[in-house]
Design a protein around this ligand. Sequence first.
Ligand code: FEO
Length: 388
Amino acid sequence: MADVKISDDIIYIGADDKDIDLFESQYVVPNGISYNSYVILDEKTCVMDTADSRVTDKWLANLEKALNGRSVDYLVVQHMEPDHSGNIALLAEKYPDMKIVGNAKTFTMMKQFFTLKDLDSRTVTVKEGDTLSLGRHTLRFIMAPMIHWPEVMVTYEESEKVLFSADAFGKFGALDTDEDWACEARRYYFNIVGKYGVQVQSLLKKAAALEINMILPLHGPILKEDLGYYIGLYDTWSSYRPESKGVLVAYASIHGNTAAAAKKLGEMLEKNGAEKVVVSDLSREDMAEVIEDAFRYDRTVFMSASYDGGVFPVMEDFLMHLKAKNYQNRKVAIVENGSWAPTAAKVMKTYVEGFKNVTLAEPIVTIRSALNEQSEKGLEELAAEMTK
Ligand code: FEO
């Protein structure tokens, strides 16, 4: 078990997963992922969420060690996604007297995922603001719908002033990974929770009324110090404000001519004094990383080859993701390439017009097969417009 010290009464019992190929079958996690879970030891014992069935053995061993022979009185289910609910059935069977705490939506979903014998006689249904006393510790439940499923709730423990934050403040990467928090927390946030900025804002407002000493998320490190830093980033991200000034040039190139133009545009932007320029190949780079960058910076250039009377598929995939994640409040530009009938700009523009509060820079540049004097001049104009 990762060596995580929380307090004398709150014990970390989660587990790292470094063998997973793709988290949620779509995100590369070079440093794995942690499924966090906690047990509170008091007059009553309480487990805060279970863990993915991929780590059942490790998680159960950690739980038994922490319990030191005691039984489990309560299981609080903050989130029903299988990376946290994977061992509810096992725990319910192992501790037949254990009560299961959730909200009305939790139990609807629980019944969809699995059949638990006599579940209705074991449930404790809570709603916003309800409390549960374990002895010295009191849990207060705060509904956090759509962060990142509708049944999600977070839990504030009043005596130690800790917030069990469910997926919020989570991060990719196993707990023993020594890496910057923001980078992998940002990639996690925009790809997994990003669509639900409004809901995150509403949770942040509720959290602002609490005195919080520690944040205990369901993935990634326990946050103990400088909580204002993490909460500040969550406020920026969830309000769709750019975090940094800079230009992302995201390109979709078939044979390399659009790629060459993208690199050229990147150089022009740098020469013009852009604070930061990131040039990303949508065919080869981690899509989740490029999505993260689109939200991180205040400007994006979409550059794509035409294909089958539309846009090259990886660009459409990128734009669809941005649409789904509510991309907004940015300045963007469009560059297309086409050898006989350029069609990419039309498709990209349709997406851009669907984004809220996004300014489209002029001109839209068309490259005919490869950069020439005229299209290069167009890029110069665009670089000037994107850095003015
Ligand atoms: Fe970590 Fe939404 O599950």
